[in-house]
Design a protein around this ligand. Structure first.
Ligand SMILES: Cc1ncc(COP(=O)(O)O)c(C=O)c1O
Length: 391
């Protein structure tokens, strides 16, 4: 007798592409990776040494609670306060990267067949999580100011969705930020329609221009209906796999049980090292260094980009984060052009995979975070060569 294995959605095309771009000769605008040279390796090495020093096997190498290390949760309340979210350690659940937070929330809130409202386009691995739980992502129109509140209201009415997933700062993949007026309008729609909001913000601390916008969870009436998700991946190191979520009490209690059933708890030693690092590093100085470097890399990309793109192409100019969004002229296929780019040892991510609905094949995402300005300039020359004469 043969037993059937339940099917899962195909592997992410972006993950598959990233494997190709690991070759040193490739200049990669593909992955949303933090710059390796900006990770505080000595500080993290010291943090791991400190938390293991003198451990008898009863501490940082033992099982721990599902909610997360109390020292880490205390340190994360300070990180939350920086972005205007006042909370207590008990309000937070530590997760194995913010990706796990998305999975836990999907498990708690979604049933097969339900629609979930998302920005169009949106973070590919969030679409993957939603689909894995059988939900149907419904793309809502966006422009440079973020999600369009009128389109959101219409889509909420039409779909009957009860959940909205948003990345309000320097969105993945577009680099767009939801503007201040629209935050108020979106919050009003969320309240009026009784939606849950999943507010995913791994990039907000990486603003290098302009004033920070308030998280939606801090707007009136939003605390009871928002799950605010964030991560150390983009500001400390993704290999730590430390994310967290704020959720209202009743939902958080359910999420703790789901977390328990998923992986018992996030690595004890990684949590302790992250708490140690946050307690000893100068986070202000560290973030200032990241912002300055990303501003420089953004500027290097934007300085050369207009000359590289074919006539009729457009691109945006994000004020922070890691990504720039490009639309090639009508009729272009960024997926097909990628082959020409890879032949020239330069990579980007075609935009099509990020769409919940019909994809726009002319779009692509350029990440400027992981390459130096010198390599960005060289990468642009290769891109120009890939794009020229390819019509
Ligand atoms: C919008 C968004 N959310 C969540 C994640 C997952 O990050 P992590 O699991 O490393 O915290 C990413 C990673 O790129 C992201 O771009």
């Amino acid at each position: 007798m043969s037993s059937a294995v339940p099917s899962v959605p195909a592997s992410s095309p972006v993950r598959d592409l990233l494997a190709l771009t690991r070759r040193p000769e490739v200049i990669s605008f593909a992955g949303g990776l933090p710059a390796p040279d900006l990770i505080d390796v000595p500080g993290l090495r010291a943090a791991f040494a400190a938390v293991l020093a003198g451990d008898t096997g009863e501490g940082r190498l033992q099982y721990s609670t599902s909610e997360g290390d109390p020292d880490l949760r205390r340190a994360l309340t300070a990180v939350e306060a920086r972005r205007g979210i006042e909370c207590e350690p008990d309000d937070l659940l530590v997760t194995t990267g913010s990706q796990q937070a998305l999975g836990l929330v999907a498990h708690a809130l979604l049933t097969p067949g339900v629609p979930v409202l998302v920005e169009e386009p949106s973070y590919l691995a969030a679409l993957q999580v939603l689909r894995l739980h059988g939900a149907e992502p419904v793309g809502v129109d966006c422009d440079e100011g973020g999600i369009d509140p009128e389109a959101l209201d219409r889509a909420a009415a039409k779909s009957g969705a009860e959940v909205l997933y948003l990345i309000p700062n320097f969105q993945n993949p577009t680099g767009r930020t939801l503007d201040a007026e629209r935050r108020v309008a979106v919050a009003e729609i969320v309240r009026r329609r009784g939606l849950w909001l999943i507010e995913d913000d791994p990039y907000g601390q990486l603003r290098f221009r302009g004033a920070p916008q308030p998280p939606l969870v801090t707007l009136p009436g939003m605390r009871d209906r928002t799950i605010a998700v964030s991560s150390l991946s983009k500001i400390v190191a993704p290999g730590l796999r430390i994310g967290w979520l704020y959720a209202p009490e009743e939902l958080r209690a359910r999420l703790v049980v789901i977390k328990q059933a998923t992986d018992l708890h996030t690595s004890t030693v990684d949590q302790a090292a992250a708490a140690h690092w946050l307690g000893t590093a100068d986070l202000d100085a560290h973030l200032a260094r990241l912002r300055a470097a990303y501003a420089e890399r953004h500027d290097a990309l934007l300085a050369g980009l207009p000359d590289v793109l074919p006539p009729g192409a457009t691109h945006n100019d994000p004020a922070g984060g890691m990504f720039c969004w490009v639309r090639l002229p009508d009729g272009s296929d960024a997926g097909a052009l990628l082959r020409r780019a890879l032949d020239r040892n330069v990579a980007y991510v075609p935009g099509a995979a990020f769409f919940a609905g019909p994809p726009d094949p002319a779009t692509l995402r350029l990440a400027y975070s992981a390459e130096t300005p010198v390599r960005i300039a060289a990468g642009l020359e290769r891109l120009a060569d890939a794009f020229s004469g390819a019509a």
